[in-house]
Write a protein that binds this ligand. Structure first.
Ligand SMILES: [Zn+2]
Length: 307
């Protein structure tokens, strides 16, 4: 963590950069990873070095037992466990043991950091903010910070189910299934083909069955949003605020780096000082790294903005 004096001046720097973008009629892109949902209680099941928690290993073992029973190869780690084929009928029950746990853990209310983020978005104006997230917990939507038209969930959402061998493009809201998913042996089956099981509309590894209807709409909304803030010199009147993005799966960080280099500034929030650093030279000028929690960073920025 940085010292409190360092942080205070960094909050002011970040706030000044954000205010300048707002002043020129620009927009705010918020990019969030797992770290943003920690305060809300969505547990992280992988540590920074990629190691799995004991709870996760229990699901992996259950799955491997079923795999062995069907003379199928065992999964070594998360990368060959959390795959599209895990929902095949031989292992659907074990796959769902894991996903029920994920669903239950994501079914929380957004904590104070999301409320602070909403405040910052309100400062910019709702139509000038967009959230891009690798989280599948719908907390940006639940907190009211953004509307359905202003969010891109790059790994999908646990709020929806789809057929596991897509017989249709339809997505099924998870809410009516929640009471059943609390039961140990329940595996939801597709109401359309009545043959395959349903699975979360979440992108996993080697996923050839992810139903991307919703994602396509979100990507189109995102493209349109970016276009609104393009400048004649192919830059963008945008501030990028990245919060809690991981370093194991780097999708959010890579997106933030890219957009930050086209935009006016990149503010990176991560409790680890080394994870706050900017690899690209072009970003060192425009970048502000805040080595603190999402709550403290947002509070500090809002205070410096006089909000
Ligand atoms: Zn089906």
């Amino acid at each position: 963590m940085q010292s409190s004096d360092d942080l205070r001046s960094l909050f002011q720097d970040a706030a000044a950069k954000l205010a300048a973008v707002k002043e020129e009629g620009g927009g705010l892109i918020v990019m969030t990873g797992a770290g943003m949902s920690v305060m809300s209680g969505v547990s992280v099941f992988r540590s920074k070095d990629g190691k799995m928690t004991p709870e996760f290993l229990r699901f992996l073992e259950g799955y491997n037992e079923a795999q062995r029973g069907h003379r199928l190869p065992e999964a070594k780690d998360w990368f060959d466990f959390s795959v599209g084929s895990m929902f095949k009928c031989q292992t659907a029950k074990e796959a769902w043991d894991y996903w029920k746990w994920r669903v239950a853990r994501a079914n929380v209310m957004p904590a104070r950091d999301y409320a602070l983020l909403k405040q910052l978005m309100d400062y910019f104006g709702k139509d000038r903010c967009f959230a891009v997230t690798s989280n599948c917990d719908s907390l940006h939507l639940k907190s009211g910070g953004v509307s359905e038209d202003n969010v891109l969930e790059i790994h999908g959402s646990l709020a929806f189910l789809q057929c596991s061998e897509p017989c249709c493009e339809e997505l099924f809201p998870i809410t009516p299934y929640l009471p059943y998913l609390a039961k140990d042996d329940f595996v939801p089956s597709c109401p359309r083909c009545k043959r395959e099981c349903l699975r979360p509309n979440v992108l996993v590894f080697d996923d050839f069955n992810f139903e991307d209807t919703r994602e396509r709409v979100q990507r189109e909304n995102y493209r349109r949003f970016l276009k609104k803030f393009e400048t004649p010199d192919s830059k963008r009147r945008l501030a990028v605020l990245e919060i809690g993005a991981g370093v194991v799966v780097r999708s959010i960080r890579a997106n933030a780096d890219h957009l930050g280099s086209e935009g006016r500034c990149l503010i990176r929030v991560n409790p680890s000082k080394e994870d706050c650093e900017f690899e690209h030279r072009s970003l060192r000028e425009k970048g502000v790294g805040l080595a603190t929690t999402s709550e403290k960073a947002l509070e500090g920025i809002l205070q410096s903005l006089g909000q």
